[in-house]
Write a protein that binds this ligand. Structure first.
Ligand code: NAD
Length: 342
């Protein structure tokens, strides 16, 4: 039988454990897997693009566990009553190939994306950072805020969204949780005085939601919304202002902010900073840029973290996903057996 965590049980897990604690612990799990980067069999994701958006498969494996995620990105969805991003994912046993765990990943992706952003910022942002600007207040935004508070202690937010209702929604969700939230009239206003700037907008376009003039010395930029060919958020001049860190370079070259610059533009895969083979921030005035597109190792870590968290509890159900005949060579024989009615 394959273990299964659906939306309702995922919500129960989040409610029981608390999203901030989950993302703080998940950040450590993701960091642990980034530290053993070379033990993974990696590939960039497989994407199917249409004018509506993109549907992607994200596979990854180590010696024991294979994982993949199905995820979409449809920027015009909210206007039609659908979410921009939805996902589900699978863990399989490398030794026999059987799927052992299946989970909803729309919520889990938001948790893992924010945990990854905070994990990277913990190393690259100035240690005294307390204020974050958020450009884009959609589905990912509250998760980002909570992860940054859990991992870095960020509790002051300066928020700008082109849709004032999105900012109001964010305030409704985060002010009761103890954040100081300042709604801003522009990205420039939001970035003013911020230690960290998170861009999490969705538009299938080469956008410039953050201008070079908005970026001040010492800032860490966490750019998560530019994650598809032809979909970027930053003024390319920002990329020249400081070192650019990426997850998996072959994928980010296709999907990240660095689409906007030459193919040999220098970047650092972040795992190298963790293992000491490349520098991170070298001085407090330096501008650091995390060009995040989301990489399969983060899903692998998140699925395993969830699986460990729900193991043996009522939060995991079982699914008869794999046909298992008594004689492994007689699959057809199963069709001769009486089928339980029900
Ligand atoms: P969403 O559609 O729920 O929210 C996006 C918000 O951005 C909306 O509220 C919209 O009004 C706002 N916006 C659009 N243009 C803007 C602009 N110029 N200035 C300010 N606000 C603007 O989307 P979401 O689920 O929150 O996802 C945000 C982005 O993050 C998407 O592009 C998605 O593909 C990406 N994403 C990246 C990762 C990753 O790992 N890097 C993971 C998940 C999602």
């Amino acid at each position: 039988m394959t273990s299964y965590v659906g939306v309702v049980d995922m919500l129960r897990w989040i409610a029981q454990t608390g999203p901030e604690r989950i993302m703080t612990e998940m950040a450590d799990a993701i960091e642990g897997d980034f530290r053993r980067w070379e033990s993974f069999d990696k590939t960039h994701r497989v994407a199917s693009h249409t004018p509506f958006g993109v549907i992607e498969l994200m596979p990854i494996s180590d010696a024991d566990v294979y994982a993949f995620k199905y995820v979409n990105g449809h920027p015009f969805n909210p206007a039609r009553g659908f979410q921009t991003v939805t996902a589900f994912g699978v863990l399989a046993d490398v030794h026999n190939g059987y799927p052992v765990f299946l989970a909803e990943m729309t919520l889990l992706t938001a948790l893992r994306t924010a945990a990854t952003s905070a994990m990277v910022a913990r190393t690259l942002a100035r240690p005294e950072a307390r204020t974050m600007a958020m450009i884009g207040a959609g589905s990912q935004a509250e998760f980002q805020a909570l992860a940054f508070r859990g991992v870095l202690g960020i509790d002051h937010l300066r928020v700008y969204d082109v849709d004032p209702a999105a900012t109001e929604k964010l305030m409704r969700n985060l002010v009761p949780r103890g954040f100081e939230v300042i709604p801003c009239a522009s990205a420039a206003e939001a970035a003013r005085g911020a230690d960290i700037v998170t861009t999490c907008t969705a538009d299938k376009a080469v956008a410039r939601v953050l201008a070079d003039s908005n970026v001040a010395p010492g800032m860490h930029i966490n750019a998560i919304g530019g994650d598809c060919p032809g979909k970027t958020e930053l003024d390319p001049a920002i990329l020249e202002r400081g070192p650019v860190f990426v997850e998996y370079e072959p994928q980010t070259r296709i999907e990240g902010e660095i689409q906007a610059v030459e193919p040999d533009f220098p970047v650092t895969e972040f795992w190298r900073v963790l293992n000491g083979s490349a520098p991170g921030r070298t001085h407090s005035e330096q501008i650091t840029i995390f060009d995040s597109v989301g990489f399969a190792i983060e899903d692998f870590s998140a699925l395993r973290h969830l699986r460990a968290g729900v193991a043996g509890t009522q939060l995991e159900q079982t699914l008869d996903l794999v046909a298992s005949p008594e004689d492994p060579k007689d699959l057809f024989g199963m069709t001769n057996l009486p089928v339980p009615v029900g």
